[in-house]
Design a protein around this ligand. Structure first.
Ligand code: NDP
Length: 327
């Protein structure tokens, strides 16, 4: 098998292609021929050393492909089944061993590329709009990086739940994509002189001074202050990532000054730990893809061997929608 291994903590140059023998699925596991592996921001945090990881380690948590062997005790899947996953390590490879219990069956009509593109970011968008701050009809919410992988899905899901979405992006092309996903207004946060004051000013202009009911912020350090100041009283700031870097420690008195607001820093694993919850979210997600109500944009496909290029593009703000590696 071929896999992409982070040899040590560092930049994209620490990624190396390694060849070895195919793994065997253990009890409760399946061996999958990976047809597409998802590239996610968390892969860059693990590669860079921002999040702890043992090195060397094969990167990638998300993918889709055909089952080619099943381990002892596995009855739910057989050879040839198309499955996807979002929380299993070692997906930047042409073979991956997956816990059968964590595999998601891909419904007919959805291809491996789409399944790999929507599994992790789609489940993330789903828990954000249903659980972190459950979007209610008539609300206005702000989605940062609205043309990104999570951003395009989150915007569509929030609109489907009856919200008006304001989205931030950094280019005309990205603004057009965010509008295509349903954003009512697009804010060019890259053009602000001071994002901490210019963002809330523009948000308040667009909301008759009220501010937004929720901000979904995966950009983190660069946007945090502006996000907090954009909320309506009793609004929710959901910081779900740090594409620009982690948010520094915070004085909680700022939350009362911002209007008795709620702050959370959620992570997907806590919203998919329970098997029934995973199944519910996956069913709603794949159902929306299958019936055409959720559009999945695959912005970039790289050969597996070019994983480092994919990381450079993602970290360099050069991507839109999903980035896939094709073994
Ligand atoms: P995206 O496709 O959204 O790419 C990141 C985007 O962030 C960029 O395209 C860029 O959009 C924006 N950005 C703003 N500032 C910077 C910067 N300094 N450097 C790089 N990018 C910047 O990535 P994902 O959809 O994979 O992830 C989005 C966020 O969601 C990440 O923070 C990720 O960690 C988080 N996440 C969190 C999960 C959770 O459960 N907590 C699960 C999945 C993802 P623009 O050019 O428009 O500014």
């Amino acid at each position: 098998m071929r896999s992409i291994v982070a040899m040590k903590a560092g930049g994209p140059e620490v990624l190396a292609e390694v060849t070895g023998s195919d793994p065997e699925p253990g009890p409760g596991q399946i061996l999958v021929e990976v047809l597409a592996a998802g590239v996610n921001f968390i892969d860059t945090y693990l590669r860079s050393g921002l999040y702890p990881m043992a090195y060397p380690s094969t990167l990638g948590r998300e993918g889709a492909g055909h089952v080619i062997a099943v381990g002892e005790g596995v009855t739910s899947y057989g050879e040839g089944d198309l499955v996807a996953w979002f929380d299993q390590s070692g997906s930047y490879a042409d073979r991956a061993v997956i816990e059968a219990d964590h595999a998601l069956r891909v419904p007919d009509g959805i291809g491996a590329g789409t399944a790999a593109a929507v599994a992790l970011q789609g489940l993330t968008a789903h828990y954000l709009v249903t659980s972190s701050h459950p979007v209610a009809e008539g609300e206005t919410v702000l989605v940062h990086a609205g043309a990104g992988g999570v951003g395009l899905l989150l915007t569509q899901m929030a609109v489907a739940r009856g919200a008006r979405v304001l989205a931030t992006t950094s280019s005309d092309k990205k603004a057009e994509l965010a509008r295509g996903a349903g954003a009512d207004a697009v804010l060019r946060y890259d053009e602000y002189a001071d994002i901490s004051t210019d963002l809330p000013r523009e948000v308040r202009e667009l909301t008759d001074g009220a501010g937004v009911n929720a901000v979904y912020d995966g950009v983190g350090r660069a946007t945090f202050d502006g996000s907090l100041a954009s909320l309506a009283p009793r609004g929710s700031l959901v910081v779900f990532g740090g594409a620009s870097g982690p948010v520094p420690p915070l004085d909680i008195q700022r939350l009362n000054r911002a209007g008795s607001v709620f702050l959370s820093r959620p992570t997907l694993v806590d919203f998919t730990a329970d098997r029934n919850e995973r199944a519910w979210r996956a069913e709603e997600l794949f159902g929306a893809v299958a019936d055409g109500s959720l559009d999945v944009r695959i912005g970039h496909r790289y050969p597996l061997a070019e994983a480092a290029e994919a990381h450079r593009a993602l970290e360099g703000r050069a991507t839109t929608g999903k980035v896939l590696l094709i073994p």
